[in-house]
Ligand binder design. Structure first.
Ligand code: FES
Length: 188
């Protein structure tokens, strides 16, 4: 019998981590990420760079620049791209390097950061940090009205407790604890 504690480690490569990376996760309050701003975020033991382009689209990319590894979130946003503060390498929202100062275009084309799908829903930014294609983002119709009224998620307890009960019962951790054996089989 595998150690149950394994399920609650979520770093890359762990049993719980592999399972949790098959799901979408809410990672930030959407209104707290202003256009033109970048933030460092940590999800399931991994660090990332979350930023919102000047046009309003959010992006999630690797935590560090591919050149000398500076934390990208201390860089600045140009349009829909982020530029590293150290030597100025510039990456677009897909993680593709689009400019290396002092080098020609062909150099930039060979460099790409990993990037991840993100969606805004219910006033939150959701991300999928697993491998392969992201599944459809789950929808919670009962919460749509609160979100469309502009309520921040922190005010959501005003929603009926039965709604929350439904959500809690389908939460990843609950599902995980009930399906431990099948998860072990699938992700070990
Ligand atoms: S470390 Fe980012 S451009 Fe050099």
């Amino acid at each position: 019998m595998p150690d149950l504690a394994e399920l609650f480690r979520t770093e890359p490569g762990t049993l719980g981590g592999r399972y949790m990376r098959t799901l979408w996760h809410p990672i930030f309050i959407a209104s707290d990420l202003k256009p033109g701003w970048a933030k460092p975020v940590q999800i399931l033991g991994e660090k990332f760079t979350l930023y919102r382009g000047e046009g309003g689209a959010p992006h999630l990319t690797a935590f560090r620049c591919a050149h000398r590894g500076l934390q990208l979130s201390v860089g600045w946003i140009e349009g829909d791209s982020i530029r590293c503060r150290f030597h100025g390498w510039k990456y677009d929202g897909s993680g593709q390097c689009v400019e290396v100062p002092t080098e020609d275009e062909s150099t930039a084309k060979t460099v790409r950061l990993r990037s991840y799908p993100v969606r805004e829903y219910l006033g939150l930014i959701f991300a999928f940090i697993g491998d392969g294609d992201a599944p459809a983002l789950p929808r919670y119709p009962a919460l749509n009205r609160a979100a469309s009224c502009g309520s921040r998620p922190t005010r959501a307890p005003a929603i009926s407790s039965s709604t929350w009960k439904t959500i809690r019962c389908t939460s990843p951790s609950r599902t995980a604890s009930r399906s431990y054996t099948s998860i072990v089989r699938k992700f070990r």
